[in-house]
Design a binder for this molecule. Structure first.
Ligand code: ADP
Ligand code: MG
Ligand code: MG
Length: 254
């Protein structure tokens, strides 16, 4: 059975339709890559799944773990096990990264009927997980994303994922370049967090991330639709030929 099942999903921003009928099935443990030219709707799809208010769903359904995802608030989605790494993180001065994360983790634990972690247990957990992405403790205590470099933001996202242990991680890769070290660390973290009961949807404009994260399935979006799906060889083909060869509306750009 699918963990995530998207059927004929349409969504708009204002009066502009952006998603025009997305269908996608993600089973437990699978890693899916979504590629496609800039403006094709990749971030919109991630935002809709996370419940961002900017988007209005006009048609279709999304089931997550057997439940109607679209009926849940963003907080309830997070508590149910959906994690969206921020593509353009909001800076929240004065709110420590760890405080923010502990609050999110404890909300999730309460929702599952588990005991909250106290400050000391949480620190121990955070230190363990930070090693995965080679984050030092000074960094962990800083305000959420305040003054983080691109690479640090990415490490922090993976760190957050490692602490929260989601069932479904949506990773929306920035189009701006990550240096090769950051890329390797991020991919290493993602690969370490692969698990039979955890699925990941990795959104990326560039093929090179997939040199490090080997997806089970690759999809190409163009103009609000998935226009091609395949295995990892599809990503290699795209790197070689670009998006133009797929043909169709909106595939030429990028
Ligand atoms: P991608 O992530 O594939 O680059 P996006 O989902 O960011 O694509 O954008 C898809 C389309 O939706 C683009 O034409 C973009 O301009 C438009 N769009 C996305 N978010 C907004 C918004 N908040 N307001 C207006 N238009 C938006
Ligand atoms: Mg974009
Ligand atoms: Mg995007």
């Amino acid at each position: 059975m699918s963990l995530l099942s998207i059927q004929d999903l349409h969504a708009r921003v204002g009066d502009k339709e952006i998603l025009k009928g997305i269908n996608l099935e993600v089973r437990p443990g699978e890693v899916h890559a979504i590629m496609g030219p800039n403006g094709s709707g990749k971030s919109t799809l991630a935002g809709v799944l996370a419940g961002r208010e900017t988007y209005t769903v006009t048609q279709g359904s999304v089931r997550f773990d057997g439940n109607d995802l679209l009926g849940l608030s963003p907080e309830a989605r997070s508590q149910a096990g959906v994690f969206l790494a921020f593509q353009y993180p909001v800076e929240i001065p004065g709110v420590g990264n760890l405080h923010f994360l502990r609050t999110a983790l404890n909300a999730k634990r309460r929702a599952k009927g588990e005991e909250e972690l106290d400050a000391m247990d949480f620190m121990q957990l955070a230190k363990d997980k930070a090693k995965l992405v080679e984050l030092d403790s000074a960094f962990m205590g800083r305000s959420v994303n305040e003054g983080f470099s691109g690479g640090e933001k990415k490490r922090n996202e993976i760190f957050q994922m490692a602490v929260l242990q989601p069932k479904l991680a949506l990773l929306d890769e920035t189009d701006s370049g990550l240096d090769i070290d950051a890329l390797r660390v991020v991919a290493g973290g993602v690969n370490a967090l692969r698990a039979p009961d955890r699925s990941m949807v990795v959104i990326t404009h560039y093929q090179r991330l997939l040199d490090y994260i080997v997806p089970d399935h690759v999809h190409v979006m163009a103009a609000g639709r998935i226009v091609r799906s395949g295995g990892r060889e599809l990503a290699l083909e795209l790197e070689e030929k670009g998006y133009g060869w797929l043909g169709g509306e909106g595939v030429g750009a990028g």
